[in-house]
Write a new protein. Sequence first.
Length: 366
Amino acid sequence: MTNDSTPNELTDDQPVDDPAQDSAPAPASEPDTVAPSTDLQDAETEAFRQDYQRIRDAIGSVIVGQSRVIDSVLTAMFCGGNVLLEGVPGLGKTELVKSLARVLDLDFRRIQFTPDLMPADIIGTNIMNTDESGRYQFEFRRGPIFTQLLLADEINRASPKTQSALLETMQEGTVTVGGDVSVLDQPFFVLATQNPIEQEGTYPLPEAQLDRFMFKVVVGGLNREELNEVVSRTILRKSIDLPVVLDGPGILGIRATLDKVVVADPLRDYAVRLVLATHPDNDQAPDGIRQFVRWGASPRAAQALIRAARVRALGEGRAHIAFEDISEFATEVLQHRVLLNYDGQAENVDVAALIADCIASLDTTD
């Protein structure tokens, strides 16, 4: 019996050898790494931690003994907040702001507030000018507020009318003159200073103005060792050239990274309870708050607590906040937003101590 099929022919039950199939590479195995989004978060966390430390070290090479002040100012700046620095003259407040401008490569302007300073001296004004044909027209001349880092030196020496020129800018990042709205370049920060001792000829900042500052930072004095180091750096050594570590777009990128830091519901509620504990009519308010406080912190305080906690968590390499991150900057966030009543002012009650009582009274297990 003969076989009708030739060697080159295939029968129905024989497998077909596909050359293309033989040469195709084997399917790639699943990678052992974590998800891309997690990799990106880890990379961003490490990059921020390194940049933060480099900035801190650079400023520390100029400013001596104010590590808490430096941390507070950097935290607020990364959040997009404004800072009120309070301290006696000669502690390096102005030098700190100028050093920040150099390290962060930001456009810097300084305004020395005086009683005769007018709003137009800050935001600018419309002036009449002539064009090429000789016709008169109004032209807007920008004031020093059109910058990225504004130092408002001795802000409480200007009148409330002049102080109010900063309200829109600090909150909205815009300037309105004659019905025309100008948008400021971002990032934009206001760092203001005031002297707590000399009060003659000063105008206390109104509550609406204080609430625009994310932090109020009290700049303390120097000890013997630190003061000797200041003298050595300024007299016995040459000036220090500060490196540029970050720039404006880099700061805006950090803000986007901060939005990814996880805030769990119990942590958010803890920040809310801490703010409510500063209200004398709240059930969780400590006795000191009920006795000496006229008005507690505003909702902006709760927002500021969360924003500052995200910076601290990210700086420590974590993608989520913890209870201690919220309480870390509670004093800077709350001390200028808690208003004392007559008894509190008469007894010179320390607001920072009242805030510490609020933190101690809250249960972190709720």
